[in-house]
Design a binder for this molecule. Structure first.
Ligand code: TMP
Ligand code: ASP
Length: 252
């Protein structure tokens, strides 16, 4: 296996040194957490599905010219990504009210927003990833004004891409979270979409039935999480041959 020393272990993934300088192996675990890890479980097959799904979305983004950290999938649970310095922000884009926005502003879940709304949270588990404004981001030097312009552009392009891909398979992209990394090419710095894009980090509702096909199934105890993620994978055609929608026993 072409991976080196463990660099970091997060709630859903482990990062290892990659085979070449500037690369990292991202390993997808089956662990699911919610509410800042107050709720935890191991969901058989989740990591395999998220590895596949994140590969699918990141590859599509790369192909339409939205830069991401993704290089290639290596096996069932691992993908090779470009090493980058993660900006300590969770960038959330919302098309419909749900989750914390509905709670915070008293807007009924599912209400269409007048336009996509972008929010920023400071990535710090010990603080519960609090919502911050661009004022905090500039004042504390987490990102420059130029970075923020670029981040907004990336977030909206990811939103259009993901909304369209999901629309094509009868799924509504309610909201999602991305993380942004800095990649250095010599003296030059550019921003790329990093981390993962998967049903762990999106809200996905079936357009006809409203069925939730994302991590809210786990957060809210709505049923089997891998069945929901496998349904997304099946509709997108990324379930490998020979595996039914219920059995994500995926191989390479
Ligand atoms: P929220 O409504 O709980 O703020 O979540 C907004 C979106 O961000 C939703 O698609 C789920 C995603 N998200 C994460 O990816 N990680 C997190 O830690 C949280 C709280 C939300
Ligand atoms: N990823 C976060 C956690 O574990 C929260 C969430 O996705 O709901 O705690």
């Amino acid at each position: 296996m072409a991976r080196g020393k463990k660099i970091y272990e997060g709630k859903a993934k482990i990062l290892f040194e990659g085979p070449e300088p500037g690369t990292i192996v991202q390993y997808f675990k089956d662990d699911a957490t919610a509410f800042n890890a107050e709720k935890k479980d191991v969901i058989d097959g989740k990591g395999v599905l998220n590895n596949r799904l994140s590969e699918y979305f990141m590859t599509g983004l790369n192909q339409i010219g939205v830069p991401t950290h993704f290089l290639k999938r290596m096996n069932m649970r691992e993908q090779l990504v470009r090493a980058c310095e993660i900006i300590p922000l969770e960038v959330i884009v919302r098309n419909f009210a749900a989750g914390s926005m509905s709670t915070r502003l008293g807007i009924e879940e599912g209400t269409q927003l007048p336009r996509p709304i972008v929010e920023y949270c400071f990535k710090d588990d010990s603080l519960g990833d609090p919502l911050v404004t661009e004022e905090h981001i500039a004042a504390f030097g987490w990102a420059s004004q130029q970075d923020m312009d670029d981040i907004l552009g990336l977030a909206l392009r990811v939103n259009d891409f993901m909304s369209g891909v999901m629309y094509g398979v009868g799924i509504r992209l309610v909201d999602f979270k991305i993380e942004i990394g800095r990649v250095y090419d010599g003296d030059f710095q550019r921003l790329v979409v990093a981390d993962e894009i998967s049903p762990d980090s999106c809200r996905l509702w079936d357009m006809e039935t409203g069925r939730k096909l994302d991590k809210d199934v786990f957060r809210r105890d709505l049923g089997n999480l891998t069945d929901a993620y496998a349904e997304v994978a099946r509709r997108l055609g990324v379930m490998p041959k020979g595996t039914g929608p219920q059995k994500p026993t995926l191989v390479n």
